[in-house]
Design a protein around this ligand. Structure first.
Ligand SMILES: [Zn+2]
Length: 127
């Protein structure tokens, strides 16, 4: 779990109460839209579904501090445009290989474990 970013079922973002813009990771203090004077951002649970905007696989281990499995198992990554908020969130893909993915297909938020133990959000097939 990543405190403040993911509660186990939903990604947590913030919404500007002036212009309704949504930010992920959650951002506090002032609105990042330069046209907006808003200073109140409220936490919001984001859509659990979205469509694939782009995807790839990582056939080589990422650099430290990322801890890879030994031996390294290639991972699939997807950038998913959230259903309601229309923002793109990157995540590891669980239960689908890179050959299974297509731009525009629907994925659903799920949870998975990284090689060094932390439980994080991942993208998986819709249930
Ligand atoms: Zn704003």
């Amino acid at each position: 779990m990543i405190p403040g970013w993911f509660d186990g079922t939903h990604l947590l973002g913030t919404r500007c109460t002036s212009c309704q813009a949504v930010f992920f990771p959650p951002h506090h203090g002032f609105c990042r839209d330069p046209r907006c004077e808003g200073e109140e951002l409220v936490e919001e649970r984001l859509s659990r579904r979205g469509t694939v905007w782009s995807y790839t696989n990582a056939c080589y281990p990422p650099p430290a501090p990322f801890v890879s499995a030994e031996p390294y198992v290639p991972v699939t990554l997807a950038a998913v445009e959230l259903e309601r908020e229309r923002i793109v969130v990157l995540g590891q893909v669980k239960g689908l290989a890179v050959e299974d993915l297509r731009v525009g297909m629907e994925l659903e938020l799920t949870q998975g474990t990284l090689a060094d133990g932390p439980s994080v959000w991942m993208w998986g097939p819709p249930r």
